[in-house]
Design a protein around this ligand. Structure first.
Ligand code: AMP
Length: 212
């Protein structure tokens, strides 16, 4: 039995094509179910259990060992480091951590920044030599700039559609983000063959994509 914690939302959507192309077991009714735990049995992997978790919680499930491996964005791993192995860059669910805001704020000094990444935002603005007030929100960060709660947002941008729909623009690109395969340290020792086989399959799909 192997248990895999998956970050719900964009990360899961982004990695499913890769996961499927790697011929790894996928829960059949993932899309139209509200269930949070799925089990599939596979000849090669035995019982594969999937936990669908909030992205920020995936490293926690993996570090406690209730999930052997997990898939989560690099943003989450940097913002809140946990004691897990980072095995592989899946090169999927790619996006950028950006500073953005209203066009009229572009040339003003940053004062108040809304984000769900207070640690990374703090590091970034310190590195720019500016001291800002951070407002930590848990989602729809763009709203804070639209209604003037903050003069900057520090958030993920994938297609740019959400910024555009809200009249916001990117001021700076801070970090490239993609989904990562992580593993619990003792699971990696005890279930090394299984985990390595999963990594190997994904790596060969990624290599074939590069060669195409
Ligand atoms: P987009 O409109 O495609 O640029 O996406 C921007 C919105 O989706 C923002 O609210 C982001 O916080 C969120 N978002 C974009 N990419 C990701 C990702 N890989 N994981 C989680 N949230 C994301």
């Amino acid at each position: 039995m192997i248990t895999i914690a998956l970050a719900k939302g964009r990360t899961l959507e982004g990695i499913l094509p890769l996961w499927t192309a790697a011929n790894l077991p996928v829960p059949a009714d993932l899309d139209d179910s509200r269930a949070l735990v799925f089990e599939e049995s596979s000849e090669q992997y035995g019982i594969v259990r999937f936990l669908l978790a909030k992205p920020a919680d995936v490293p926690t499930y993996v570090s406690f060992g209730v999930a052997d491996i997990g898939i989560v964005g690099k943003d989450v791993l940097i913002e809140n480091p946990k004691d897990v192995y980072e095995l592989l860059d899946l090169q999927a669910a790619q996006c950028k951590l950006c500073v953005a805001g209203r066009p009229e704020d572009k040339d003003t000094r940053p004062r108040r920044v809304a984000t769900k990444y207070p640690r990374l935002a703090d590091q970034y603005f310190r590195s720019q030599g500016v001291s800002v007030e951070l407002v930590t929100l848990s989602g729809s960060i763009e709203l804070a700039a639209v209604i003037g709660l903050a003069d900057r947002i520090f958030d993920l941008v994938q297609t740019g559609a959400t910024l555009a729909a809200n009249g916001l623009v990117v001021f700076d690109e801070v970090l490239d983000v993609s989904a990562r395969l992580i593993a619990n340290r003792s699971s990696y020792r005890m279930k090394r063959n299984l985990v390595d086989e999963i990594s190997r399959r994904i790596t060969s799909v990624l290599a074939a994509e590069v060669g195409r």
